[in-house]
Structure formats: C-alpha cells, structure tokens
Design a protein around this ligand. Structure first.
Ligand code: TTP
Ligand code: MG
Length: 391
C-alpha cells in the first residue's frame, strides 16, 4: 500500500498577511484589491471573512457589500511565491517524492518514510508541525493510499485539519461525500449524475461500472474507479516534468499543408489539456519536424508570461511552422514524417486575477508578441472556416 499525503495551506495569501501584520489576526482579511476601487475578483480571504460568505473568485464589489468592515488588501505575489518556495523546502525535508500542484498544495509520497513514525497520525502531525514551526502558518493534511483520497481528506477538516483515510475507512468517510468532490467531476458532470439520481460517491458505486461507462464513457470508468478508492496516479516529482509535449508520426509522409496544420492544432489541444490538468503554464513553445530521411529540426519561441490554452499554443506552433518554411519554396518542401509540439519553461502559478487582467484576450496578447518578435503582419487573427467549427 502507498502512503500519500496531500497538503493544502489554509487561506494561503490571507494567512501570510495575518502572520506578517499582527493587527490583521482574527480579522476578515480579503485579498484582491482595494475597497475603494473594487474591480476584479477576490483572490482569497481569511476564514473570518468566509463567515460572511466571501470566497475566492467572487467579484470584489460583492465582497464589499457582504463584508463592509473587511480589510481589503491588494496582495503581494512575490512574497507568496517566496513562502511557497520555503514550503517546498519543508516537503523536500520529508521526501524527494513530492509533487507541487499549485502555489500552496502538494502531494507527498511517504511510503518509504511512514514506518519511522509510530502512526500515520504522528506522521501527519510532524508534517503540520514542521510547517507551523518554520513558516508560522497552518496547513490541512490528508493522508491516504491514493492521491484522490488524500486530497479529499485534506479538505474535510479545514482549516488546520488532519484526516487519515485508511482503505477500510474509505466507504465511511468518502462514501457519503457529494460526487463533486471526486477528481474529474465538474459542475456539468455533477448535474448529469444528479439527473440520474446519483448524489454521493456511494451512489456511483451502486450505479455500477457498466452503467457509468454507458452514460459517461471513459470518464465514467475513471469516476467509478475513484468511487471505489482506485486511483493509480503516482506522485510525480516536479523534476520529471521539464516540458509537456506530444508528437505524432504520420501513417505516410505528409506534404499537405492543411493536413499538417490540422494535426498541429490537435497536438496543441492535447498539450494544452495536459498542461491544464497539472495546473502548468509554459513560456517556451517548440515545434519539432522530422523529414522522411530522419533529419529532425526544432524551432522555438518564448514569451514572457505563461500560456497553456490550445489557441495560444497552436498559434505559436503555426508561426513556427511558417518560420521553418519561410526560406523554402512551397514546391521544394520535403514531406514530413513527424511533427511535435512541446511547451517548456514551466511554472505552476495560477493565472491570478489579483492583478488587473489585460484588456485584450491572451491570444491577442500573444499575437502582439509574435508580431514584435517576427515582424508585423507575421500573423493575424482569422475566422474559423465552417469545417474548423465542425471539427
Ligand atoms: P486555495 O488553496 O484554493 O485557497 P486558500 O489556500 O486561500 O484557502 P483554503 O484554506 O480553502 O485552501 O488557493 C491557494 C491560493 O491561491 C489562495 O490563497 C489565493 C490563490 N487563489 C487565487 O488567487 N484565486 C482563486 O480563485 C483561488 C481559488 C486561489
Ligand atoms: Mg489552500
């Protein structure tokens, strides 16, 4: 059996502000902007503010109405990143096998460590104590045999919680939870499940694997497994993920420009999905091309902010393709045996709405950047053809 801990800091940005300014302790602290110019959304808030119904992603103006005496602060991203780095040092002191999944969350595989403690409870307490002693902050910890159960555990007794879920306790603790708490069940799937009369994790089990697959396909199988406590995902230390990429070898060498571009768009969508699944953003996009004679070339470009949407990645890949082909007459181009896209220079910071979002969309911002790097007019926005829309 594996022993996996999920650690999630409590009210992270707000707790750091309260730590650093004792006058804020015990007060409703709301991070995300100013009371006087309540534009944008709440980044997070202290548990004192949550009592008034304030929460992350709520419009600031609404937070001001709900909690007029709240203390509104703009936030200090550089400081939060620094604390996050210190937190990772603490994880590293427990195990090399830790996987940060956001600025304040990580999985730790403690399978090789837990025997040094008299119980899993003691192990959890040691983890929390290290964080409290070294950072003066509280964390909530879930310990279980899978990532999924550990993560559900860490949310159960927030703030400052510790929840141990042994396989034999899974049904009792996780069974009654709403389906929404399972990894991969979003609002839409939850609604569809609800329409089938399925509300809790145990309801999914009762519904059965076959029925789940017939209604939800592969996702149904995945959710059913989670409802039984089956989740084989390993804890993947960050070092293993220097880049996220996908490539494909064509059935036969390909010369058709439209077909090549269509493939690149599909690869970009796939890379984007994987980046988003791991909460990763990248700053460098690389296009890989291989000729029939196995000559491989790579072409890269970098932007100075993280991107992870399919649109952004495919725009960048298409620019790189044009660049690779720029000096070759179309009729002299060699066919391609393989194309690939990878995104590197990764970071896992959320796209914080803390700072005023740019007026233009991120795709527009990318276009401005690309035009600056490769000359004006190198790429412009276009419209999808009816065919593209269908696909
Ligand atoms: P969370 O762990 O989701 O929230 P939290 O740590 O503030 O509170 P909790 O006790 O419920 O875990 O996110 C970590 C930090 O990421 C949070 O402190 C601020 C930031 N964040 C945003 O800026 N916007 C968001 O919408 C969310 C959810 C988080
Ligand atoms: Mg948190």
């Amino acid at each position: 059996m594996r022993i996996i801990a999920h650690v999630d800091m409590d009210a992270f940005f707000a707790a750091i502000e309260q730590r650093d300014n004792p006058r804020l302790k015990g007060k409703p602290v709301i991070i995300g902007g100013s009371r006087h110019r309540p534009r944008g959304v709440v980044s997070t808030c202290s548990y004192e503010a949550r009592k008034y119904g304030v929460h992350s992603a709520m419009p600031l103006a609404q937070a001001v109405r709900l909690c007029p005496h709240g203390i509104f602060l703009p936030g200090n991203m550089a400081k939060y990143r620094q604390v996050s780095a210190e937190l990772q040092q603490i994880f590293a002191s427990f195990t090399d096998l830790y996987e940060p999944i956001s600025i304040d969350e990580a999985y730790l595989d403690l399978t090789d460590r837990y025997r040094e403690y008299s119980s899993l409870w003691q192990l959890g307490l040691a983890l929390k104590k290290a964080i409290r002693d070294q950072l003066d902050l509280t964390a909530s910890v879930g310990i279980a045999a899978t990532k999924s159960a550990a993560k559900m555990g860490s949310t159960l007794h927030k703030p400052d919680g510790l929840t141990i879920i042994l396989p034999e306790d899974f049904d009792r603790i996780i069974g009654p939870l709403p389906v929404r708490s399972l990894h991969g069940v979003g609002a839409k799937t939850a609604e569809r499940l609800e329409n089938l009369g399925i509300r809790t994790v145990l309801d999914i089990r009762r519904f059965g694997r076959k029925a789940m697959i017939s209604h939800f396909g592969k996702l149904g199988d995945w959710i059913y497994n989670l409802s039984c406590g089956i989740d084989p995902r390993p804890v993947e230390p960050r070092q293993t993920r220097k880049s996220v990429g996908r490539e494909t070898t064509f059935d036969s060498d390909l010369n058709d420009e439209a077909e090549i571009k269509k493939t690149l768009k599909e690869l970009a969508a796939d890379v984007s999905r994987r980046l988003q699944a791991h909460h990763l953003w990248g700053e460098t996009i690389t296009l890989k091309l291989r000729d029939p004679d196995f000559t491989t070339t790579t072409h890269s470009l970098s932007v100075n902010y993280g991107i992870n949407s399919a649109d952004e990645i495919s725009q960048a890949a298409l620019v790189l393709l044009d660049r690779a082909w720029a000096s070759i007459e179309p009729n002299r181009r060699k066919p391609l045996r393989l194309v690939g896209i990878s995104v590197s220079n990764l970071s896992e910071n959320r796209q914080l709405n803390l700072f005023t979002p740019p007026r233009e969309s991120k795709v527009d911002r990318l276009l401005v950047d690309l035009n600056q790097q490769f000359g004006k007019g190198v790429i412009t926005t276009g419209h999808l053809s009816p065919h593209d829309k269908r696909s």
